[in-house]
Design a binder for this molecule. Structure first.
Ligand code: SF4
Length: 657
C-alpha cells in the first residue's frame, strides 16, 4: 500500500484535524479555514501597530501575528492588546519569535499564541556543516528540550497556543547535517519540538512547513501529515503559507500554487499569504483561496477512487512522455495562447502573446513571455507567423486550408478516432476523463503525433485531471498532455488564483507538458478588451510554470513580506531592483528586510540584498556574504556588479513596438 497524506487523491475531503482554541477563535476540526497575517510596523510603535491591526481585521484577518525580537517588544504586546481591546477588537494575537526564548516566555503569558521557529529557537545559525554522531545528536536534542520545556509549560499553564513553524531557509545545522535542506529535514525539525510538547501533554499546537520553493513546500506538508499519522501523533492543524512569495501577480500566483495545491487535497486549517505589500492586501487573497473550498465537497462531481496511484507524491518526478514536435519529452512545458475569439488577427495583435511586430524593421521580436503556440479556432491566421510561433486551428478549417503544414489541427476525441487525414507531425486531441476509453488509449499508444488537451468541467478540477494522468500512466500511454482550463465569467483575480491552483497543483505532481487557459467575457466584448485578457492569461500561464518551478522565463524575486524588523521600504526597494534586473531570465534575487532571518529565508536565491542597519545593505552570493555594509544608495549598482562578475549580467534590450 502506498504511503499517503489524504484519503483520496481524486475526491475532496477536508482533513480532520485536532481543534486548537486560540483566544476564543478555534482552529481546525470543522471550523472554517482561518485567515491570518502579520504586522509590518515596529512593535514598539504601539499606536501604529494597533491601527495596522485594525486595518488588517477589517480586511478579514482572524488572527494577527506581531514580531517580538526581544523582551521589550514581547512586553509591548500587552500594551497593544489592551489598546485593541479598548477599541473593541478581540482578535487573538500571536507573538513571532526567532532566537529569543526569553521573549517567547514573556509573550506566552500575554498573548493567545506564540510562533517558534524550530530552526532557530535554541540554535544560532552558523552555516556550518557539522558531523553529528548519534551521541552528539542526542546531546543536542537534550539541550533543545532544556530550553524549550519552560515555554511549553508556560503555554500549558496560560492556555496559550503555539505554532511550530518550520522554515525551509532556516533549518538548524544539526538538521541540515543529517537530512539536508529536504522536506524530510523540515518535517523532522518540527517533530523534534512536537515530541517534547506531547511528552509534556501539551497539545495546543499548530504546525507549518513553509518554503519559497513551492515543490519543497507542498512535499513537506504532505510528508508532515503522513509522519504524524505514522508516528501516532495528534492530527495537529496546519498553517499554510509560501514564504517570501514576492509581490503583485508573481506573489499571488506563487501563493496559490503552493497553498491551493494543499487545499485541493483537503489540507490546511489557516492560511497566511505573504506578499511584499501592505498586510491588509494579504487577507483578501487568502480568503479568496479558502472560499473555493467552502462547499467543494457538495459541488464536486463524485469520482471513483483510484486504486493504483502511479506517483510518489512526496517527490517531484516529471511524467515521462514521448517528444512530439517541441512538446513533451525533455522540453519545457509550452504555453498555448487562446486567440480563438478574435476573428481578424493582425500583426500588431500578437503583441499580447509576447511577439512584437516592428513596422519599421518589418520583423517580429519575441519577449520573455512569447507564447509557443496560438490557438485560433475557426479563424486561421492569414499572414506568416513569426519564427518560433506555431498555430493550432480547429479540425474542420484545418482540413479546408491550403497551408496545412505550418498549422496543426485540434480534434475532438471522436473526430480523432474516425479521422482519415491528420498532420504528419503534431495533432492535438481534446479529451476529458470520459473520453479516455480503452479504444482511445490503444490508439494513442501507437500514434506518436498526438498531444492531448486535457479538460474537465468538474468543480474539483485538479483532482479529476490528476485522475486522467493516473489513467494514462496506469495504461502505459506516454502521450504528452496540455492542461487546458476554461473559466467562466470570473474576475481576473479569481482566474489568476484558480488557474494557479489547478494547473500549478498538477505541475507540482510532475504532470503537464503545457498549458492553455481560456476565459469567457461578455458576448459584446470589444477587441481591445479581448487582447488585454489574452495578454493577462499569457502572462499568467508563464507565471504558473515559473511558480511551479517547471519553466523559468523571468527573474525570480524572493522578497520577504516585511515585519517590525524590516530596515528599508521593501515595496519601494523591490520595485527599484526589479526595474534594473527584470530582464535576467532565471536569476533568483532575494530581497530581505533584516539580517536576523533574511539570509536563512532566501535559501534558494542566487543573490541576496539584505538590510543590516539603517541605510546599510549586505550583498550575498548564494548563502555567502560578499559585501557587508554597502550604503543603500549604491547597493543596487553593487548588486549588478556582483551579477556581472559572475557573467550572469546581460544588458537590457528595448524591443521595438
Ligand atoms: S526577513 Fe523580512 S519578514 Fe523576515 S524577519 Fe527579517 S524583515 Fe521580517
Amino acid at each position: 500500500m502506498n504511503k499517503t497524506y489524504c484519503p483520496s487523491l481524486t475526491s475532496y475531503q477536508r482533513r480532520k484535524s485536532r481543534v486548537v482554541n486560540i483566544g476564543g477563535v478555534p482552529m481546525g476540526g470543522d471550523y472554517p479555514i482561518r485567515v491570518q497575517s502579520m504586522t509590518t510596523v515596529d512593535t514598539m510603535d504601539t499606536i501604529g501597530s494597533v491601527e495596522q491591526c485594525i486595518r488588517m481585521i477589517e480586511a478579514g484577518c482572524e488572527y494577527i501575528r506581531i514580531t517580538a525580537p526581544s523582551i521589550k517588544e514581547a512586553e509591548n504586546l500587552k500594551v497593544i492588546k489592551e489598546e485593541l481591546r479598548k477599541r473593541g477588537y478581540s482578535v487573538p494575537l500571536i507573538a513571532d519569535i526567532h532566537f529569543t526564548p526569553n521573549a517567547a516566555e514573556v509573550a506566552a503569558r500575554l498573548v493567545e499564541k506564540v510562533r517558534v521557529n524550530p530552526g532557530n529557537y535554541a540554535d544560532k545559525k552558523k552555516f556550518q556543516v557539522i558531523e553529528y554522531d548519534d551521541v552528539s545528536y542526542q546531546a543536542e536534542l537534550n539541550r533543545i528540550r532544556e530550553r524549550f520545556v519552560p515555554l511549553v509549560r508556560i503555554c500549558k499553564e496560560y492556555h496559550t497556543a503555539m505554532r511550530i513553524g518550520t522554515n525551509h531557509g532556516s533549518l538548524s545545522d544539526r538538521i541540515l547535517s543529517r537530512y539536508g535542506d529536504t522536506p524530510l529535514g523540515m518535517v523532522e525539525s518540527a517533530l523534534e519540538f512536537l515530541r517534547i510538547c506531547e511528552d509534556e501533554q501539551y497539545y495546543d499546537v499548530v504546525i507549518s512547513m513553509k518554503a519559497s520553493n513551492t515543490q519543497v513546500m507542498v512535499q513537506a506538508y504532505r510528508l508532515l501529515v503522513q509522519k504524524l499519522d505514522e508516528e501516532g501523533l495528534q492530527p495537529y492543524p496546519l498553517h499554510l503559507g509560501v514564504t517570501e512569495a514576492g509581490e503583485a501577480e508573481d506573489g499571488r500566483i506563487k501563493s496559490a500554487v503552493g497553498i491551493g495545491t494543499l487545499l485541493e487535497d483537503g489540507l490546511g486549517d489557516t492560511v497566511r499569504v505573504s506578499l511584499t505589500e501592505a498586510p491588509e492586501a494579504e487577507a483578501p487573497v487568502a480568503q479568496a483561496l479558502i472560499d473555493r473550498y467552502t462547499h467543494r465537497a457538495e459541488k464536486a462531481q463524485p469520482m471513483k477512487p483510484v486504486c493504483n496511484v502511479p506517483i510518489d507524491p512526496f517527490q517531484y518526478h516529471r511524467r515521462a512522455t514521448t517528444e512530439v514536435e517541441n512538446l513533451g519529452g525533455q522540453n519545457v512545458p509550452r504555453v498555448i495562447a487562446d486567440l480563438s475569439r478574435l476573428a481578424d488577427i493582425k500583426y500588431a495583435d500578437l503583441k499580447c502573446v509576447g511577439h512584437l511586430y516592428s513596422m519599421l524593421l518589418d520583423k517580429f521580436n519575441m519577449n520573455d513571455l512569447g507564447a509557443d503556440y496560438i490557438y485560433t479556432g475557426d479563424h486561421p491566421i492569414t499572414f506568416m507567423l513569426p519564427n518560433g510561433l506555431k498555430e493550432v486551428v480547429n479540425y474542420v478549417p484545418w482540413q479546408l486550408h491550403e497551408q496545412k503544414e505550418n498549422r496543426h489541427p485540434l480534434l475532438t476525441a471522436k473526430q480523432y478516432l474516425s479521422a482519415t487525414a491528420l498532420h504528419p507531425v503534431l495533432n492535438l486531441v481534446q479529451a476529458s476523463i470520459s473520453d479516455l476509453t480503452a479504444e482511445l488509449l490503444q490508439r494513442l499508444k501507437q500514434d506518436k503525433t498526438v498531444v492531448l488537451l486535457l479538460q474537465t468541467s468538474n468543480e474539483h478540477a485538479m483532482p479529476e485531471l490528476r485522475k486522467c494522468f493516473f489513467r494514462l500512466m496506469n495504461n502505459n500511454v506516454p502521450t504528452p498532455c496540455i492542461i487546458n482550463r476554461a473559466y467562466g465569467r470570473l474576475t481576473s483575480d479569481e482566474v489568476q488564483l484558480y488557474a494557479a491552483t489547478d494547473v500549478g497543483g498538477l505541475l507540482i505532481d510532475g504532470f503537464g507538458d503545457g498549458v492553455l487557459l481560456s476565459t469567457e467575457l461578455l458576448p459584446d466584448q470589444e477587441k481591445q478588451s479581448w487582447l488585454q485578457t489574452i495578454d493577462q492569461l499569457n502572462s499568467l500561464s508563464f507565471g504558473i510554470l515559473q511558480a511551479a518551478r517547471t519553466r523559468m522565463s523571468k527573474t525570480e524575486y524572493i522578497s520577504c513580506p516585511s515585519c517590525g524588523r524590516t530596515l528599508f521600504d521593501l515595496q519601494e526597494t523591490t520595485a527599484m531592483i526589479r526595474k534594473r534586473t527584470d530582464h535576467l531570465k532565471g536569476v533568483k534575487i532575494g530581497i530581505m528586510g533584516c539580517i536576523v532571518n533574511g539570509p536563512g529565508e532566501m535559501a534558494d536565491a542566487d543573490y541576496g540584498y539584505v538590510g543590516v542597519g539603517k541605510d546599510k545593505i549586505a550583498l550575498y552570493r548564494g548563502q555567502n556574504v560578499i559585501k557587508k555594509a554597502v550604503p543603500a544608495d549604491r547597493a543596487v549598482d553593487e548588486l549588478i556588479e556582483l551579477i556581472r562578475e559572475d557573467a550572469k549580467w546581460i544588458e537590457p534590450v528595448r524591443l521595438e513596438d
